[in-house]
Design a protein around this ligand. Structure first.
Ligand SMILES: Cc1cc2nc3c(=O)[nH]c(=O)nc-3n(C[C@H](O)[C@H](O)[C@H](O)COP(=O)(O)OP(=O)(O)OC[C@H]3O[C@@H](n4cnc5c(N)ncnc54)[C@H](O)[C@@H]3O)c2cc1C
Length: 356
């Protein structure tokens, strides 16, 4: 059942250096990225950490992945390795536009999906960090109808975009010139005027892109050089407002435009943005939804506006016995604050008679 856009061929090998030499000999100048380290994986046998040497090579529109398994949960590769140092095709990857539709068709065909796991662990208390819509889905018929209705009332459609950027050098801001300055060690904001904020929100609401995005950026590599290849830097950009769904085109079709818009919005404040960028990954709300499992790609597990805050936000306790929420959907809302988890822990301790 092959469908979607074919974007990757992956090969396993005992000698990634030799395999890479072969690719370079055949396609001089191809873009190559290397990675070695732990990756959380699910195989047909278990879930765990795999350590592999990986190389990604881009030739025309296809990405080639080379995998040399090293240690940990690498049976999925190791068990198929050829005896010598040649490469062996391991899998191909297809991109499907709608995951849920695709899975429905897989289920209808009756195929067994082995890599999703399926282990069930029974417990008297379940504290869910998944967003409320996901929790509701997981509960199925056990979800209280009143609680479900409340969950469904909370808007949960993201309006933010994330860019993970690889840089040749750090941005140089003419207002504070220099390419390794104290401000590169903190958070930098590319501001908007009040009217730009308003127009940008209205544009995203209509399913359009604004003229400029507000951007918040960080450079992880100035604190830890090991997160980027030698001499390069990482920059994460958090920007808004963008639509979840475009009125014209899809995220796939407009991803490059969003990339140019975000980097251009930031580039207004620095002199070297265009030449500094090596590559950028653009993750809109539907990508965050697919990758992280956050419904609507909403980073706060539901709107953080007054109508959905304080006593109006979901509580850690639910009407379902033994089911608690500990995520950003609960009071006091989103951000990395830890209070949601603390509130849930206290509720569980109290309800189980263990609070002192
Ligand atoms: C791009 C981005 C930038 C952000 N920037 C900032 C910032 O600068 N400052 C800040 O304070 N906050 C920021 N936030 C918000 C902050 O990350 C969240 O508010 C915070 O992470 C919420 O934490 P949480 O523990 O409630 O749950 P989340 O971090 O939302 O985690 C929910 C977890 O549930 C899991 N899950 C989903 N479905 C299932 C399922 N069916 N079964 C099991 N697990 C499931 C997900 O995989 C995920 O791990 C940002 C968020 C994003 C996405």
């Amino acid at each position: 059942m092959l469908e979607g856009q074919h974007y990757q061929n992956a090969y396993i090998t005992r000698d990634i250096e030799k395999a890479l030499e072969g690719f370079r000999a055949r396609s001089a100048g191809a873009k190559v990225m290397r990675f070695e380290g732990p990756v959380e994986v699910t195989t047909a046998k278990a879930r765990g950490t795999a350590i592999s040497k990986l190389a990604f090579i881009w030739i025309n529109n296809l990405q080639y992945e080379l995998i040399q398994p090293v240690s940990g949960l690498v049976d999925i590769y190791r068990d198929e390795l050829p005896d010598d140092d040649r490469i062996k095709l391991h899998h191909i990857c297809m991109r499907v536009p709608e995951w849920d539709d695709f899975r429905t068709r897989v289920d209808q065909k009756g195929y067994r999906v082995v890599l999703e796991g399926g282990e069930r662990i029974h417990a008297p208390v379940v504290i869910s960090n998944a967003d409320p819509r996901q929790t509701q889905k997981l509960l199925g018929a056990a979800a209280d109808p009143g609680w479900s209705a409340r969950v469904e009332e909370i808007p949960i459609e993201g309006c933010t975009v994330k860019l993970n950027v690889l840089l040749r050098e750090l941005p140089d801001f003419p207002s504070r010139p220099g390419k390794n300055e104290p401000h590169h060690y903190g958070q930098i904001n590319a501001p908007l005027t009040k009217s730009e904020w308003k127009a940008g929100f209205a544009a995203a609401r209509r399913g359009d892109l604004p003229e400029h995005l507000w951007c918040e950026v960080y450079f992880q590599s100035v604190h830890d050089a090991t997160v980027a290849p030698a001499g390069l830097h990482t920059m994460s950009v958090f920007a808004q407002y963008v639509p979840y769904k475009f009125s014209r085109g899809t995220w796939e079709e407009r991803r490059d435009e969003v990339r140019r818009l975000a980097l251009g919005s930031l580039g207004r404040f620095c002199s070297n943005m265009d030449s500094a960028v090596v590559d950028a990954q653009v993750l809109g709300p539907p990508d965050i939804e697919r990758k992280v499992g956050l419904t609507g790609g909403h980073i706060f597990q539901g709107e953080c506006l007054p109508a959905y805050m304080w006593s109006n936000r979901l509580a850690a306790r639910t009407p379902m016995k033994g089911v608690y929420l500990c995520g950003a959907c609960t009071h006091p809302g989103g951000s990395v604050i830890g209070i949601n988890g603390r509130n849930a822990a206290i509720a569980v301790l109290k309800d189980t008679g263990n609070f002192r």
